[in-house]
Design a protein around this ligand. Structure first.
Ligand code: GRG
Length: 292
């Protein structure tokens, strides 16, 4: 059921992303080429799927909110392009392909990220069939989550932690902002757009927090146990870069049991929902089976 759901949403999301990018006048062509390269480099589309699944869980139809979903994916892709730059992580490969700056040069990669970030807001503001107040509320939440109070702030914390010993609490705060904030925005905005009650929104907020934490712990585990050919990037990079992770601060087996506990808590948060939240339940459980 999860596999079919995700496959169907990926087709929908990819078609819409193409439409949004190709609707532009493509002058100059080079910037659209660089933006498209990373946007269609094989991402899992997790954030847009979470937004739609949250809307489904509250009894709406997630597919309706395709502009909002695509906006989130554009923001996510911009963050990956910038994260890979020489001034940041200086990575050569992402999703098994050369990183954006390796193909298009550093300056064009910076612009591709900027282009995607701004296109995201243009596309989200054109989301049909949502009352203006609700649209502004959700786009505001996404802006806060992506900015210095969220993802950008988390990335700054990450930069400042390089070469220092950090404790578990700092690690948690950093990831909550760097990767958790956008997951939170996806789930809460899916709920808000779909007409969630206060109780449902509170449950989605807890689920998002647990989902983000479990995602990060499993990411750290994969950096030790994953296969480069499946992940599309070198494994063991955290240890090489002396990065604090859930595996380095605890141990591999402790990190695995933390991931299991956190996924269980994520599923428990969904107890206020009926079967319509089954996709969210499966998405959390799937984190324990991740291979990329
Ligand atoms: C540069 C402003 C700025 C922010 C970068 C998200 C981020 C902040 C950096 C990414 C670094 C990283 C690899 C973090 C681990 C978690 C993560 C976001 C993984 C990638 O997300 P997936 O697995 O990627 O959803 P795909 O490729 O499927 O889209």
């Amino acid at each position: 059921m999860l596999k079919e759901y995700c496959q169907q949403k990926v087709v929908l999301i990819n078609a819409a992303l193409k439409k949004f990018v190709f609707a532009q006048n493509h002058i100059p062509a080079a910037i659209y080429e660089a933006m498209s390269y990373s946007l269609f480099a094989g991402g899992k589309r997790l954030r847009p799927i979470l937004l739609m699944a949250a809307a489904d869980a509250v009894g709406s139809r997630g597919d309706k909110f395709i502009n909002m979903a695509c906006g989130l994916e554009m923001i996510h892709t911009y963050s990956l392009i910038h994260d890979d730059l020489p001034a940041m992580d200086n990575d050569d490969y992402r999703r098994g392909k050369l990183t954006n700056h390796k193909v298009f040069g550093e300056a064009m990669a910076i612009l591709a990220g900027d282009g995607l970030l701004t296109l995201a807001f243009e596309v989200m503001l054109n989301q049909p069939d949502v009352k203006e107040k609700n649209l502004l509320l959700t786009i505001h939440e996404i802006a806060v989550s992506a900015g210095a109070r969220g993802m950008v702030g988390g990335q700054a914390l990450d930069l400042m932690s390089e070469g220092r010993t950090i404790d578990v609490e700092t690690l948690r705060r950093m990831h909550e902002a760097k990767t958790g904030a956008l997951f939170g925005a996806a789930l809460r905005c899916g709920g808000l757009l779909g007409g969630a009650t206060d109780e449902q929104l509170a449950a989605l907020t807890v689920y998002a927090q647990k989902f983000g934490l479990a995602f990060q712990i499993t990411d750290d585990i994969l950096d030790v146990t994953g296969q480069q050919s499946v992940m599309g990037k070198p494994v063991g990079s955290d240890e090489k870069n002396h990065k604090a992770t859930y595996v380095s601060l605890y141990s591999l087996s402790q990190a695995k049991s933390m991931a299991e506990d956190t996924v269980k808590e994520a599923c428990e948060a969904l107890n206020v929902f009926d079967r319509k939240a089954d996709i969210l339940r499966s998405l959390a459980l799937q984190l324990l089976e991740r291979s990329c």
